[in-house]
Design a protein around this ligand. Structure first.
Ligand SMILES: [Zn+2]
Length: 197
């Protein structure tokens, strides 16, 4: 029905999270119809993102600078580290503007069923950060799922001799809920009412 380039465009769009073939076709058409206002700026933005965005070697956040803007910001409290599973959770915490410390992204959760062990996550790097910087408290903001809580307990155990306070989010958080799906007020409240682990 369409040329190879258009088919390829639709195929790539359909792989994006939340999109299927139908929405991919609609987007492809919209882009091709509005070349100057939609397609060209998107191409330039994608190329710039691909060239400049990297992973912060300190915390695992995405940014165009390394260390990222949060790690580089001297006004952020370096004695407080919030551990999150992924960058989407970091963004969710940042949206609330309730957290003034720094982050550590694990890059996933322990999951024996899926064969994900501690060596697959950035937990050793967290331990060396805690040892080498003047960290006083680690907040484990992991999801209330079985894997999230398994991971939280594993990290708490590894940190138990590190001389830092360890706390978890107070979960008014629905079981199986991920931070990204929560409204800002719920996250702020869960952070304020965090409890020692
Ligand atoms: Zn960073």
């Amino acid at each position: 029905m369409a040329g190879a380039e258009i088919e390829a465009l639709i195929r790539h769009l359909a792989k994006l999270p939340g999109l299927g073939p139908r929405s991919a076709r609609r987007i492809a058409l919209a882009l091709l119809k509005k070349r100057e206002t939609m397609l060209d700026p998107l191409v330039r933005t994608l190329m710039a993102a691909a060239e400049t965005v990297k992973i912060c070697t300190a915390c695992g956040n995405f940014d165009s600078q390394d260390p990222c803007f949060i790690c580089a910001d001297a006004r952020r409290d370096g004695s407080l580290i919030c551990v999150v599973e992924g960058v989407s959770d970091l963004w969710a915490m940042e949206r609330t503007a309730a957290f003034k410390g720094r982050y550590h992204v694990t890059g996933g959760l322990l999951s024996p069923i899926d064969g994900i062990g501690p060596e697959d996550l950035k937990i050793d790097r967290l331990l060396s950060r805690v040892k080498n910087a003047a960290v006083k408290e680690v907040v484990l903001a992991l999801s209330a799922t079985v894997d999230g809580q398994t991971t939280a307990h594993y990290i708490a155990d590894r940190l138990k001799d590190a001389g830092v306070a360890i706390s978890g989010l107070a979960h008014g958080v629905p079981v199986g809920g991920e931070l990204d799906y929560l409204d800002d007020g719920t996250i702020s409240a869960a952070l304020k009412a965090r409890r020692p682990m």
